[in-house]
Design a protein around this ligand. Sequence first.
Ligand code: ADP
Ligand code: MG
Length: 305
Amino acid sequence: MAGRKQPQTTAAATGAITSSQPQVAAGDANDIARMVEDLDAMLSRLRLGAIRDQLDGLLEEAAQRNWNLREALAWLCAAEVASKEQRRLAMAMTIAHFPCVRTLEGFEFEAQPSIDPGKIRDLATCRWVANGDNVVLLGPPGVGKTHLEVALGREAVTRGYSVQFTTAMELLGSLVKGQQQGTLEVRLAQYAKPRLLIIDELGYLPLEPEAGHLFFQLISRRYEQGSVLISSNRPVEEWDEVFGDQVVAAAILDRLLHHSHVVTIRGDSYRLREKRRSGLFRLQAGGSSSAGSSGSSPPPPAELA
Ligand code: ADP
Ligand code: MG
């Protein structure tokens, strides 16, 4: 650099590494040939697996497009970044433990007019996860609660948030067991960790008497720290029955609903709607469904557990 005083001691004298350039004598064909031979190993060592595996194709393409070295390097790096991002996504999706693959693109909003598509699109931006808000999905069975939970959970994973999907039964079963075995703290910490915890199917099955207190502990711990996306077939007014304790239910709802978005889905079960379409079910006068004769109807759609 012009004007700067050069250091008195040379790198050779101190043994310090002053340059990251490989020690290759200019034009030494043997050295460069050896490095090319070691290229795969060096790329492996640098954990640049995508560049290593696709190198021939990538270089060929770069040559075809007449890119200079900087452009070619950017192209190779972009391939590596894309590959790493894909792997991160796949890993995060696995860790999230979604019970199935469901997407917002696969959700038919026309089938569920009580849902405001704009509201769901807004939730899909995951600003609520960034803010630590909660989402409560309420509605009868089959209206798409689990579908939306998985779809919104996948959006959150895609945006880089840690997500864990569980059912209310699994979660509370684990906490009750933790209490009995003296590992409650570990389990609470585990469920408090993900940025978004999805709790499916609260209210379907009766809970153990101590479940309400344990659930309260978890919700308190996550309060204003991490988001909860919870679904229930029971309106919140009935949660005291769900938890078997009015005071505990009120305390849970107080925290859960403080910064929250509540989506109430009304209407028919999508599963029955599909069956009705296929002729397996007929809508009777009064709106209730009943099994109809359907010897040759196509198989029902794939359902969630
Ligand atoms: P819930 O959790 O409310 O009981 P699910 O989300 O399990 O309902 O929905 C039942 C099945 O119907 C799933 O396979 C789901 O993907 C599908 N489904 C529900 N609603 C819709 C919808 N509006 N568009 C597309 N598929 C739907
Ligand atoms: Mg469900």
